[in-house]
Write a protein that binds this ligand. Structure first.
Ligand SMILES: Cc1ncc(COP(=O)(O)O)c(C=O)c1O
Length: 285
């Protein structure tokens, strides 16, 4: 079991009671969270994660503790672990008890899945999956804020159902495709590709997908690979024609090449090792 730290209590035994039965995080998935990659004992891009958590909380009208309080909470969990190497840090804020007004806030720190180095090396096969609404030119979720587009809520049951469906069909993950045929994102990762010397990702502003911290980092540092960076809409069938490779990117999984989309197989892009290195992941042999 991993490490658990609770706001105002500090580190508690990992099996200590933490939530009451009426916590709205459990009853309604009503809350926000972040998953942060810990490298050499240090949370990577923590500020960007806290900024996104704050934006998520604002969209849900959820009172989030200050960045300093959340940093302290993360620090307590990390200090209790007291070692370097990789780990996954989660920061969680639920709306708290059903008739209360105090959020439940805690952090967990866990080892990463043992197969992640192989996933980063061998890549992922994605199943295209219709998400059921159009995004372009009219982004349905932008006009319906209660659909919580671009918000990292605790309600990941749909994402997990998508992952299960993809795995049952023999894939590693899915690629959500809008009802009008645009590629969006994987169940818990952003889509990226290189074409004609340009590093691309899907624009969250046009699709209400989650703005990824990993994709943002890569886009901001594309010049280090001699690439320009650009947000672009793309159809899944256009992805096999890109000349530099396709990836999924997320904090803990990191960057993994997409080696198949549906029936179409993709070659691992020439710049794969460079992209992984830029994201800070050495390529496993
Ligand atoms: C739906 C979704 N899209 C994209 C991402 C990638 O975001 P990040 O790079 O900040 O981990 C995640 C991360 O969990 C996600 O859940």
């Amino acid at each position: 079991m991993g490490i658990v730290a609770v706001l105002g209590r500090g580190v508690v035994p990992a099996d200590a009671p933490l939530l009451t039965a009426d916590d709205l995080g459990v009853l309604r998935g009503d809350g926000v969270f972040e998953t942060v990659h810990v490298r050499d004992g240090v949370p990577w891009n923590l500020t960007e994660h806290l900024d996104r958590m704050r934006r998520s909380a604002e969209r849900m009208e959820l009172p989030l503790p200050s960045h300093d309080a959340l940093r302290e909470l993360a620090g307590q969990a990390l200090a209790a672990r007291g070692e370097g190497g990789e780990a996954a840090l989660r920061l969680i804020c639920t709306r708290g008890r059903e008739f209360g007004d105090t959020p439940t806030v805690y952090a967990t720190l866990n080892p990463i899945a043992v197969n992640l180095p192989e996933v980063r090396r061998d890549g992922v096969r994605l199943m295209p999956a219709n998400i059921g609404y159009p995004v372009h030119p009219e982004d349905v979720r932008a006009g319906a804020p209660w659909l919580l587009g671009a918000v990292k809520t605790l309600s990941y049951a749909i994402n997990m159902a998508g992952q299960r469906a993809a795995k049952a069909a023999g894939y590693d993950d899915l690629l959500w495709v809008s009802a009008d045929g645009w590629a969006m994102e994987a169940s818990t990762a952003s889509l990226m590709w290189i074409d004609g010397g340009v590093l691309c990702t899907v624009p969250p502003s046009k699709t209400s997908i989650l703005p990824g911290t990993t994709s943002a980092f890569l886009m901001a540092n594309a010049a280090a690979l001699g690439l320009r960076a650009e947000e672009r809409m793309i159809r899944p069938e256009e992805l096999h024609g890109v000349d530099g490779g396709v990836w999924v990117a997320s904090s803990v999984r990191g960057v993994a090449p997409v080696v198949a989309l549906g029936e179409t197989r993709f070659a691992v892009g020439e710049r794969n090792a460079d992209v992984l290195k830029l994201a800070g992941f050495p390529v496993a042999d």
